[in-house]
Design a protein around this ligand. Structure first.
Ligand SMILES: [Cu+2]
Length: 188
């Protein structure tokens, strides 16, 4: 598909000079990345991003039929979710971190809300030097929204679920361990 240079495979007649071929391949790859980014901005409900990705988006029109997310107003229930450091470099244990890396968890990791009840969920990032995020899924690998949780911050929105059932939430930075579930119960 792309012009190849001599570093990619043995020389062949008619092959582009090495520098030109590499630059061409880089430009094509960059153009593809830019195109993908532009497309992603228009398609806010999509497959989960790769681990550690920092994209943020709110529910689009289709996702808003499942959950409405507002920055203010009308909440009649209130839930705080913390980012808990389970094993981190500052406090150890060193053997655990050596084996697992730094380990974080949402606390609580399981919450229940009622359908059609506006519920304020506030996420506290308790860490001063670690990013977390909040990716809400309606099915595995399909994110309805994705929030970045900056270090030492509180991120608060009012969520109104319109569909009952079990929803997963994850921190994409700390997979596979930093996950939770929201159970949406029938209306009160
Ligand atoms: Cu995290």
């Amino acid at each position: 598909m792309y012009p190849q240079c001599d570093s990619c495979s043995p020389p062949l007649p008619g092959r582009l000079p090495r520098t030109q071929a590499c630059l061409t391949a880089v430009c094509v790859a960059a153009a593809m990345l830019i195109g993908l980014s532009a497309g992603a901005a228009d398609t806010r409900s999509r497959a989960a991003p790769a681990e550690g990705a920092a994209r943020s988006f709110m529910p689009d029109a289709a996702a808003s039929r499942i959950v409405t997310v507002a920055s203010d107003g009308g909440a009649t229930a209130d839930i705080v979710i913390l980012t808990e450091a389970v094993a981190v470099k500052e406090t150890g244990p060193k053997e655990t971190i050596g084996h697992f890396g730094e380990v974080y968890a949402f606390s609580p990791a399981f919450i229940a809300v009622h359908r059609d009840q506006p519920t304020r969920i506030t996420l506290w990032n308790l860490q001063s030097d670690d990013d977390h995020d909040f990716m809400l899924e309606d099915r595995p690998g399909h994110a309805l929204m994705h929030l970045r949780l900056k270090p030492l911050s509180k991120t608060s929105y009012t969520y109104t679920f319109h569909r009952e059932g079990l929803f997963a939430f994850r921190c994409a930075v700390h997979q596979p361990e930093m996950n939770g579930q929201i159970l949406v119960l029938p209306p009160r």
